[in-house]
Ligand binder design. Structure first.
Ligand code: NDP
Ligand code: MG
Length: 383
């Protein structure tokens, strides 16, 4: 039985992780839960899973009597880091959205917890800091990837034992605008961008899938998780989202992990690693899928992926700057302040303006993040 703390328990990943805890009562128990502001759902979760600790980072609210019993409550900005370290858990699933994920990962590792990492920002913005305190491969792994592509790569690498890989091939669905013209993509509406063909996810990551900034962030994640050089990472469009990613080895054998597009598998794999537990979800039926197709990324239509490689080559906090600018731009798009096509322009111009400041401490990373957000917001005013 492993006990798990879930940070971001009210989100898309957090809710699915709790469904898995419920489905495997002999395998997992909940040590602590943390959300930002969705108090009602968190109360329900506390009633059901009875953690010893619960937290709401947005601030204090009144706690109903039945939810208070046997559960300590924390509130406010520092509650996330405290929850990551305080509760006596084996694993901490970091499924919060945004830069706060970085602090959460560092706090969980400081308390010697194993990190199951869904949050992308921690690695993208603070990859060097995270990898300083985490190991990914081997029996003593202290970080297990949850993002489906990285879970797929991790699974392929596990199957290859100690053999070195030569290339990581990250697959991408291409999002809802894959077949659209560049002009039409430029003027896509929020509603259109939120209509992902294969995956059901939170709003920000769905917008990122449409702009392909999600894949940009994943290229950067892959660099840190698997110590890959930029030229060892390839992005391949695969509209069916059945092959979740692939690894090429030095003998040119390519291993792939296949499955239906369902985050429950990578979440459960991280939770139960190195075991594979029987799943109750539908099986992959390749007869039904029929065809698996692959194509290259059209960089003119989707500049995001190219910007990620530029950021990797620039080093320092360039990836942090890219991430922060994208967050501000995606938010401005959702609020109707800029067009869809402006998202990549905002990112590109912010990266040009800020460059690649140092990323050798948490303070430096947070400062780079802050200046990038400021610069991106200023740029948006000029559009
Ligand atoms: P959601 O937006 O659905 O959920 C975010 C969760 O984080 C909510 O529980 C929210 O609480 C909480 N949260 C937000 N801000 C804070 C904060 N400042 N402090 C504490 N908690 C906070 O996101 P997703 O579940 O979709 O994604 C979570 C992370 O996982 C992201 O980094 C995403 O990129 C990554 N990821 C997601 C995938 C997916 O399929 N959804 C796939 C791969 C990676 P509240 O509800 O109270 O606001
Ligand atoms: Mg992914």
């Amino acid at each position: 039985m492993r006990s798990i703390t879930i940070l971001g328990s009210t989100g898309s990943i957090g809710r699915q992780a709790l469904e898995l805890v419920e489905a495997y009562p002999d395998e997992f128990s909940v040590a602590a839960l943390c959300a930002h502001k969705n108090a009602e759902l968190l109360f329900e979760q506390v009633r059901k899973f009875r953690p010893r600790l619960a937290a709401l980072t947005a601030g204090e609210v009144e706690i109903p009597e039945d939810v208070r019993q046997g559960c300590e409550w924390l509130f406010g900005g520092t509650a996330l880091e405290k929850t990551a370290g305080l509760a006596p858990a084996d694993d901490v699933l970091v499924a919060v959205s945004g830069m706060v994920g970085l602090k959460a990962v560092l706090a969980a590792r400081k308390a010697n917890r194993r990190v199951l990492l869904a949050n992308k920002e921690a690695l993208v913005a603070g990859g060097a800091l995270v990898m300083d305190v985490c190991t990914v491969g081997g029996r003593d792994a202290t970080l297990l990837p949850v993002d489906s592509e990285h879970s797929a790569v991790f699974q392929c690498l596990n199957a290859a034992e100690k053999n070195r890989y030569s290339k990581i091939i990250l697959t991408a669905s291409g999002g809802p605008f894959r077949t659209w013209s560049r002009e039409r993509i430029s003027d896509a509406t929020v509603e259109e961008a939120l209509r992902h063909p294969n995956w059901s996810m939170g709003a920000k990551i769905t917008i990122d899938s449409a702009s392909m900034f999600n894949k940009a962030l994943e290229v950067i994640e892959a660099k840190w998780l698997f110590s890959a050089a930029p030229e060892q990472i390839e992005v391949l469009i695969h509209p069916q989202s059945i092959v979740h990613s692939m690894v090429e080895f030095e003998d040119h054998a390519v291993l792939a992990q296949l499955g239906l597009p369902d985050m429950k598998l990578p979440i459960l794999y991280a939770m139960s690693w190195p075991r594979r537990l029987p799943m109750q979800t539908p099986r992959l039926d390749l007869h039904k899928v029929g065809q698996l197709t692959f194509e290259s990324v059209d960089e003119k239509k989707f500049p995001a992926v190219g910007l990620a490689y530029d950021a990797l080559r620039a080093g320092g906090a360039a990836a942090c700057v890219l991430n922060a600018a994208n967050e501000v731009a995606a938010d401005a798009f959702i609020q109707g302040k800029i067009r869809f096509g402006d998202i990549s322009r905002v990112v590109q111009e912010t990266v040009q303006r800020i460059g690649s400041p140092a990323a050798d401490s948490l303070e430096a990373v947070l400062a780079a993040d802050e200046s990038a957000r400021h610069a991106a917001a200023q740029l948006i005013h000029t559009f």
